[in-house]
Design a protein around this ligand. Structure first.
Ligand SMILES: [Mn+2]
Length: 544
């Protein structure tokens, strides 16, 4: 069965299958990244002379993990460091004002992580102030146009010889430090990897980097490291998120679902500081307190997103939900950090690209999510006359525009999307990869599938299909009854089936109904008994 799924994913030969399953092999040489040479040399000088270093990160998990990685490592090397993460409301990336503050605090070297490759204005200011800057980033540069800096380490630079482009910002920072240690302190290399692999895995998963090539190796090692992490803050976070290890490791999907949102929640609620503190914290009690704070932000975030969904649905009443090719929804009172996730939820519901904007005074700030392969980055390029700022890639974008242009922008979006893909609804991809009979489901199958881990972007958990199962029993579970648990019967066998946050997708399934399910099999241990459980990805009424 595992082989059937692998073949479906394009691993045709035995050799290709075992290459994938073993996920071994080396990671790429950090020295292949552009500008590593000058960056290592400058870093070395800063470390030798104990110069003040300012680190500039970002408010998402990748940016936070990168900042924590740099700060922890440089502190170990006895460098005076100071780090700063902007709040979402201040906007993404390095600002002129942050550069001036670092200068005033006596920093000699600025280090950006997970941002900076387009910070033209801020880096111009740094140059005027006589500060050296090392940029580490994984965002797409503006073609060959680079800001002034001593070094720009980014695998996406034109002419980069690094063999893989899709690494997280945290991985870029990690590689730079690895190169530094290789040259100047090789005896610390092993402990460095052991100590920080967990942050690299967290960042790679949260930033939805494809889990192939070296990411698969890095994340597999990192998830194992995360289980036994020496970071008190991460231990406390795993505990409040109720994430437990099995066979000495954690599932990639599990980390993406339960750990990343809690770290992101602080930034979304405008209090990013506590998330960074948690990643830097070594004290048990303080860690527990911070983890509770993040968990509280996460609960509040969930409540708020529920309210926002309702408000959005009200706004949608004014649109042609069946006929429109894309949707631009705007409202006052929505938080900056919350519009992106709302757009994702609306895309799931509407099956078409959605941009959600928060109106503040005479400006609207927002976030878009695509569907059906429509390129939002391109859309922004053709809307430059209407927007003040915007950037993104095919799947997601961020945009700022004056409220007076809102109606024209909405028209432009409808037109562009309509021309390229029509108003056809795009169903989300949850096609079963392989149909099964109930007797084929076993705990052996679950352990075969475990070797697919780490799962996440570009390597999702295997989805199997079963036809015509009968619902014997059903109940809502979890806080607010958000999740659904069914007992289903197929042939002579019965299974527990769990559907995480189905929302209104679970409407219309009564007891006794026959259903077709797309699911991932899992082992569930409860009161010391282990049984096979189906985690539902998709359900529909059985026909015939
Ligand atoms: Mn990133």
């Amino acid at each position: 069965m595992a082989a059937r799924v692998l073949r479906g994913r394009g691993h045709e030969t035995k050799a290709a299958m075992s290459r994938f399953l073993e996920a071994q092999g080396s990671t790429h040489d950090p020295w292949l990244l552009p500008d590593v040479e000058p960056a290592v040399a400058r870093l070395h000088r800063a470390i030798e002379q104990r110069e003040g270093v300012a680190i500039f990160g970002d408010y998402d998990v990748d940016g936070l993990a990168s900042t924590a990685l740099m700060q922890r490592t440089l502190e170990r090397l006895s460098v005076p460091v100071w780090s700063r993460i902007p709040e979402r409301a201040q906007g993404y990336g390095l600002s002129v004002c942050a550069v001036e503050e670092a200068h005033a605090r006596g920093a000699r070297l600025l280090l950006t992580v997970d941002n900076g490759v387009r910070a033209f204005e801020a880096l111009q200011r740094a140059r005027e102030l006589g500060l050296d800057v090392i940029v580490t980033d994984h965002h797409e540069p503006d073609g060959a146009n680079l800001p002034p800096a001593l070094a720009i380490v980014n695998p996406k630079r034109e002419g980069s010889e690094y063999p893989f482009r899709e690494i997280a910002g945290c991985t870029v920072a990690y590689k730079l430090l690895q190169a530094y240690l290789e040259r100047h302190a090789p005896r610390h290399l092993d402990s460095f990897s052991a100590r920080y692999a967990d942050l690299v895995a967290l960042a790679t998963i949260a930033d939805c980097m494809p889990l192939c090539d070296e990411n698969r190796v890095l994340v597999r090692e990192g998830l194992r490291a995360l289980c036994g992490t020496g970071k008190a803050g991460l231990r406390a976070l795993l505990q409040v998120a109720n994430v437990r290890a099995s066979n000495g490791t954690l599932g990639g999907t599990q980390v993406g679902m339960f750990v990343s949102p809690r770290l992101n929640a602080a930034g979304r609620m405008g209090e990013v500081g506590s998330a960074l503190e948690l990643l830097l914290c070594n004290d048990e009690d303080e860690s527990r307190r911070l983890a509770q704070v993040l968990d509280g932000h996460n609960t509040r975030r969930k409540e708020l997103s529920g309210e926002m969904s309702l408000q959005a649905l009200q706004l949608l009443d004014e649109f042609d939900v069946e006929g429109d090719a894309a949707f631009v929804i705007a409202r006052e009172g929505w938080g900056h950090g919350m519009v992106g996730p709302l757009a994702s939820r609306l895309v799931e519901r509407l099956g078409r690209p959605v941009i959600v904007l928060a109106i503040e005074g005479d400006m609207a700030h927002g976030s878009g999510r695509s569907a059906g392969g429509f390129d939002l980055g391109l859309l922004l390029e053709t809307s430059r006359d209407l927007i003040t700022e915007g950037g993104g890639h095919a799947g997601a974008c961020g945009v700022h525009l004056p409220v007076e242009n809102l109606e024209a922008f909405r028209e432009r979006v409808r037109e562009c999307v309509g021309q390229s893909m029509g108003a056809e609804r795009v169903e989300p991809e949850v096609k079963p990869e392989c149909m099964v009979e109930s007797r084929e489901l076993s705990s052996q199958l679950v352990s075969d599938f475990e070797r697919f881990e780490p799962c996440g972007a570009s390597n999702h958990e295997p989805v199997l299909g079963m036809l015509g199962a009968t619902i014997l029993d059903g109940r809502n579970i979890g806080a607010g009854g958000a999740h659904l648990k069914w007992r289903v019967k197929l042939g002579a066998q019965e299974f527990d089936a769990l559907w995480w946050s189905p929302g209104d997708k679970a409407d219309g399934f009564g007891l006794g109904a026959r259903v077709d399910l797309g699911f991932t099999p899992q082992l569930n241990t409860f009161n010391g008994r282990t049984s096979l459980q189906l985690v539902i990805k998709h359900a529909r009424l059985h026909e015939g």
